[in-house]
Design a protein around this ligand. Structure first.
Ligand SMILES: Nc1ncnc2c1ncn2[C@@H]1O[C@H](COP(=O)(O)OP(=O)(O)OP(=O)(O)O)[C@@H](O)[C@H]1O
Length: 289
């Protein structure tokens, strides 16, 4: 039995529209399924956790990266595979995992039942599935999540969030401990923490990141003026920011991060708190179809 978790508001209503097509194909193929629609943020995690003991083939998220985060959080360490039909605004998880954006092709990939293990990372009581970060990033994620206009802009939502946040954000001092090595940075705009290369609708923020290498990849942007950040921004889409002197790339298994002042943390685009944070990679803790 396949269980589908549909976020009807993802992608500004795309989740619901995509599901009605997927359901038609499932009926055509006489594939047994159950479907649940989320009615509030975080509900997907509770819903999936309540089913873990049942005989389930896979749980398939229909939505965006936030839905993948919520469903994935419940599936980590259970051995139940995560399937995904992209229907969000950014769909970075799909891009990173090579999952087709077309719903029919994505569904066929799920039904092929070919599982691949991937890493996740533990932050407090939550799991990071694909990407996360602190600082400017977290603020942008917050602006995008709170704005109904942004939701309608699809992958350009991040760009609008970026411009909105740019006016208000004050860079912070950050102490970063990567596998026991401590470094202090001034005027930090953001630290991206990635299990995959892309986020924010296709930005190649950590081009070397892989979701099955047992490592987290970090990108710390520091010591830049506001004008410098604006100049740097377009180069992130092709991953060309990495040679800039204000960009530091790191990798590690266990990362601790403190900041002054405290900064917003996001995981897969969902706001999960403020610094300090501790995050640790959990190799091959989730299987993906
Ligand atoms: N019925 C609901 N009403 C309001 N919010 C919901 C509902 N169901 C889920 N959510 C929340 O919707 C948010 C956005 O979901 P999701 O990230 O999947 O879509 P998206 O933002 O359009 O896509 P992406 O993250 O790929 O840009 C999540 O924070 C999720 O918790």
């Amino acid at each position: 039995m396949y269980v589908f978790i549909v976020n009807p508001v993802s992608g500004n209503g795309r989740g619901r529209r995509v599901w009605s097509r997927v359901e038609g194909w499932l009926i055509q193929k006489q594939t047994p399924y159950e479907v649940y629609f989320t009615s509030a943020p975080s509900q997907a995690t509770e819903l999936v956790r309540s089913m873990i003991r049942r005989d389930i083939e896979a749980v398939v998220a229909v939505g965006g990266d936030g839905t993948v985060h919520e469903v994935g959080n419940a599936l980590v360490d259970t051995g139940i595979p995560l399937g995904y039909i992209p229907a969000g605004s950014g769909n970075d998880f799909a891009q990173a995992q090579g999952i087709p954006l077309h719903p029919k092709q994505a569904l066929y990939r799920v039904l092929r039942n070919k599982i691949q293990p991937m890493d996740t990372a533990r932050i407090g009581t939550r799991s990071l599935i694909g990407f996360g970060g602190i600082g400017f990033d977290g603020q942008v994620a917050k602006a995008v999540n709170q704005s109904s206009i942004s939701r309608r802009l699809g992958r350009f939502a991040y760009l609008l969030g970026f411009l909105q946040t740019l006016k208000q954000y004050r860079p912070a001092q950050v102490t970063l401990i990567t596998d026991g090595i401590e470094q202090v940075f001034d005027r930090v705009w953001l630290v991206a923490i990635c299990n995959q290369p892309n986020y924010g609708g296709g930005m190649q923020i950590c081009p070397e990141a892989r979701s099955d290498d047992g490592l987290l990849n970090l990108c710390c942007v520091h010591g830049l003026s506001r004008a410098g950040l604006i100049k740097l921004f377009p180069s992130v889409y092709k991953g060309r920011h990495t040679s800039h002197p204000s960009v530091l790339l790191l990798e590690g298994r266990r990362i601790t991060l403190r900041s002054d002042p405290p900064l917003v943390i996001h995981s897969d685009g969902e706001i999960i708190g403020e610094t300090p944070l501790s995050i640790e990679i959990r190799p091959r803790s989730l299987t993906v179809l």
